[in-house]
Design a protein around this ligand. Sequence first.
Ligand SMILES: N[C@@H](CCC(=O)N[C@@H](CS)C(=O)NCC(=O)O)C(=O)O
Length: 207
Amino acid sequence: MIDLYSSPTPNGRKITIMLEELGVEYNPIFIDLDQKKQFSKDFSKISPSNKIPVIVDKDNNQTIFESGAILLYLAKKYNKFVNEEYYWEIVQWVFFQMAYVGPMLGQAHQYLFYNPGKSKFAEEKTRGYTKHIYEILDKRLSKQEYFSNEYTIADIAIWPWTARFERHQIDLNNYPNVLRWYIQISKRPAVIKGYNVVGNFFEIPKP
Ligand SMILES: N[C@@H](CCC(=O)N[C@@H](CS)C(=O)NCC(=O)O)C(=O)O
C-alpha cells in the first residue's frame, strides 16, 4: 500500500494520474496548502522542502519526495510507462518538465494569475518563458503522438501543467499539436479520475 500526500495542483496531479494509470491501491492524504499544512511538524519529517507530493511506499518502507523522482520510482517498480529502448529520451523529457516547464509555469501562476499588475518586468519575462515552453512542446508534438514513442511518464509529467493553460494566458488553438495531445490525454479514464482524487474538485479545463 502506498500513502500519497498531495493536493490538487499540477505536481500533485502527476502522481494521482500515474497511480490511477497503474491501477494500484493507494491511500490519498490531502495536504491543505491554503491552510499551510505543508509546514506541519509531521509533514516536515517526510518533505524536507515542505512541498507536495510525497509518497510512502509501505511495501518496502520507502519515502520519496519530488514528483519526477516519484514518477521514475513508480515506473520502475511496476515496469510501466517507461521502456528500455527509449528510457533516456523519456527521462530527458521528465527532467525538462521538472527543470523548466514546472518552475517557469509556476512563476506564470504567480505573476500572471495571482499577482497581475505588480511587476511589469516579471510579467513580460514570464510571458516570454511561457511562450517558449509551449513552442517547444508544440514542435516536439508536431513530430510524434507523444513525447516519446508511446504514452509515458513524460506525458504524465507535462500534461497537468498544460491543464493550467488559462492561468498561463495561453490559447491552445495557437499550439495545434499541444491541443491535439492535450485533448487526447484528457479523455483517458485514469486522467479524469486522477485529476480529482485529493482536495477541491475541478473540471479538466476544455480549450
Ligand atoms: N519540484 C517539486 C515541486 C513541488 C511543489 O512546488 N509543490 C507545490 C504544489 S504544486 C507546493 O507544495 N507548494 C507549497 C509551498 O510552496 O508552500 C516537485 O515536482 O515535486
